[in-house]
Design a protein around this ligand. Sequence first.
Ligand SMILES: NC(=O)c1ccc[n+]([C@@H]2O[C@H](COP(=O)([O-])OP(=O)(O)OC[C@H]3O[C@@H](n4cnc5c(N)ncnc54)[C@H](O)[C@@H]3O)[C@@H](O)[C@H]2O)c1
Ligand SMILES: [Fe+2]
Length: 401
Amino acid sequence: MKHAGKRIWFNIAARALTILPQKVPTLLTGAGSLKLIPSELEVLGAKKPLVVTDAVLVKTGVVARVAEILNGAGIPYAVFDQILPDPTYEICAQGLAALRAGACDAVIAVGGGSVIDAAKLIRMGATHRKNLAKFVGLLPFRNGGLPFICVPSTAGTGSEATAAAVITDAARHRKQTILDPRLPPNTAILDPLITTGLPPAMTAATGMDALTHAVEAYTNTLHYSDVDVQAIEAVRLIFSNLRAACADGSKVEAREAMLRASHLAGRAFTRGFVGYVHAVAHRFGERYHVPHGLANAIALPYFLDLYREACPERLADLAAAAGLRDHTAAGDAASAAQAFVDAVRSLAADIGIPAKAAFLVADDIPAIAVAALKEAHGTPYPVPLVLDASALETVIRSMLA
Ligand SMILES: NC(=O)c1ccc[n+]([C@@H]2O[C@H](COP(=O)([O-])OP(=O)(O)OC[C@H]3O[C@@H](n4cnc5c(N)ncnc54)[C@H](O)[C@@H]3O)[C@@H](O)[C@H]2O)c1
Ligand SMILES: [Fe+2]
């Protein structure tokens, strides 16, 4: 009864957080859509953007393609390419200094979730007086920041759609989540030619991050119709395309479908929230520096084993989306839910995701559980069942290699 009461409270509180109008970016899609950057800058009234990116994307030539387009249109720009995975407030402050030194009036993020999240903070920092490290938690912003275009180079986080940014507080070894409906960009450009060079292991991990967003949003208790539609379509696209994108990264159709899936899953969780899987994955990221997608991919099936009991009908819907069952077949939710959990495990195995968390140290589990509950219950996430610390410890312990 205590847990049922908590679950209802989490649902109500999370629902209240979604009352504020969400910014939805203009979406430009398709192979070659990158070339639309200049016209978008014009629409946004921007004269000199800062391109925020990282050294890998410079090396792979993706940043050169953006530079060529800007040069071709005669648009001056500056580049900040120092973002590292799981970006810190310090790196964001350096990016903000570069923006000010270059007198830039807009931000273009070209990269994965790490680059996009850092760019979100840089773009907001430019129009606020506060020290960046003060931007934490719910609704920290007073205005919408500079014009902002996102070009995702991974198909995973959906950060180009979300009202979230995850920034690492290096001093406290903690991943801080910032939630604000002003965070999504003005424009998101989903160009599959930007993701064709993503290596198979990163394609697999980031694709499973997108799957986790869709599954957590759908199994959470808000049940908004737009969220449901986005999550179901994301699951369908991921089950039909992730294996192909991992097997042959040059397949533009599979890349395009995965970018769409990641974007839809981002839209879904920005209103439907994530849950325990992310709350635990963030702890794996901050303690062991496990890539975010991989941490989610390993943890997801273990929570689905519980959700099979808590919300079999929701998992049965996802089984239908994954092509496993005609969801009109009545009375068979439990076996359909089991089929979905099995299918998530075999998808993960097929694309090289380990079944166990080899990095996990048994003695760390109690602290991981406490910190994960702080995120999950503190936000709060509208999770389908409520776990206490000892139940969560049991789930995490079962991930030990
Ligand atoms: N804001 C949100 O809504 C949200 C949601 C989920 C995760 N996140 C955060 O996003 C971060 C993870 O982002 P990610 O999974 O996209 O990975 P990432 O951005 O950290 O990138 C991982 C690695 O892949 C490289 N890379 C990226 N694109 C490439 C490409 N096209 N070709 C070759 N290499 C490429 C990067 O240089 C980097 O070394 C984490 O910090 C996570 O907490 C944010
Ligand atoms: Fe995620």
